[in-house]
Design a protein around this ligand. Structure first.
Ligand SMILES: NC(=O)C1=CN([C@@H]2O[C@H](COP(=O)(O)OP(=O)(O)OC[C@H]3O[C@@H](n4cnc5c(N)ncnc54)[C@H](OP(=O)(O)O)[C@@H]3O)[C@@H](O)[C@H]2O)C=CC1
Ligand SMILES: O=C(O)C1=N[C@H](C(=O)O)C[C@H](O)C1
Length: 250
């Protein structure tokens, strides 16, 4: 008997009752079904078992344990959680050796393009004369800073300049900071109200400034991207993918 090709894609949401989990559940399209969802006390490995793909918007402390469960199951994982460290990222990479993993600090198409532009601009504007600074603003409940998107933009600038990001990243300024180190990439994180997500990358020289600005007006822009990534990831071979892959941009 032929396989039932009309079976809906079973999507699980880790962080189901959070801001992003609710935004995703609200717009799941035809051809998909919400198979389950969990909060912080939930059984992630159990959720993975009953789904074709898991979308994960939770907290940085969950990245490592969730990556372990994904590696064991081989199930596709769409990871939007930010705030993880290098150890978490190593666990994500390990999971991606066993399962298709789509990871993005920001699932909006505008940010995919902004990140690409950031790299091109950084390659064109000499680091010695154009100072790169990234300003982000988010709602008052955001827990990590700088945002994952701000860090991704910073990495793109470092890539464009062929520098190691950790070597040029400038951390928070306070007190007697001394002059700005040449070639550094600075960050400022603002928090307030219900702002969904704003990012601005500025290249400033002695005589001019060039900037890219992205503003998300509604979480549905991230939710749509994450759902698109989930549909794309189902049935893929293991690997660590980004939204550029999902959108066919490489
Ligand atoms: N990549 C992107 O495009 C975007 C990424 N994000 C990122 O997604 C994450 C979630 O954001 P948001 O939805 O606003 O956050 P919320 O605080 O609104 O929701 C977080 C959800 O995760 C659950 N949770 C909290 N701590 C843990 C834990 N230790 N283990 C497992 N689950 C946990 C919560 O459970 P409970 O319901 O039990 O409290 C809740 O359901 C953040 O890292 C944020 O930066 C956000 C927007 C877009
Ligand atoms: O926590 C948020 O809200 C957001 N987090 C992501 C990030 O840290 O970059 C993406 C978006 O800016 C909203």
């Amino acid at each position: 008997m032929a396989a039932d090709t009309a079976a809906p894609l079973r999507i699980g949401i880790a962080g189901r009752d959070g801001r992003m989990g609710r935004a995703i559940a609200a717009i799941l399209p035809e051809g998909t079904v919400l198979a389950g969802g969990i909060g912080r006390e939930g059984d992630f490995a159990g959720l993975v078992e009953i789904c074709d793909v898991v979308i994960d918007f939770t907290h940085a402390t969950a990245i490592g344990p969730h990556a372990g469960a994904i590696a064991l199951s081989g199930r596709p994982w769409v990871l939007g959680t930010t705030g993880g460290d290098a150890v978490d990222q190593a666990r994500v990479a390990e999971a991606a050796a066993h399962a298709p993993v789509v990871q993005a600090a920001n699932f909006s198409p505008g940010v995919v393009l902004a990140t690409h532009l950031a790299k091109l601009m950084a390659a064109a504007l000499p680091a010695g004369s154009y100072d790169a600074e990234i300003v982000e603003m988010h709602h008052r409940l955001k827990r990590d800073a700088p945002s994952g998107t701000a860090l991704a933009l910073g990495r793109a600038v470092a890539d464009g300049r062929e520098m190691a990001f950790d070597a040029v990243r400038l951390r928070a300024r306070e007190g007697e900071t001394g002059p700005r180190p040449p070639g550094g990439i600075g960050f400022a994180a603002l928090r307030g109200g219900a702002i969904v997500g704003e990012h601005e990358l500025r290249f400033t020289s002695d005589t001019e400034q060039l900037a890219i600005v992205h503003r998300a007006f509604d979480r549905s822009v991230f939710a749509q991207g994450a759902i698109r990534a989930a549909i794309w990831a189902a049935g893929r071979t293991p690997g660590l993918y980004g939204m550029g892959d999902v959108l066919g941009l490489g």
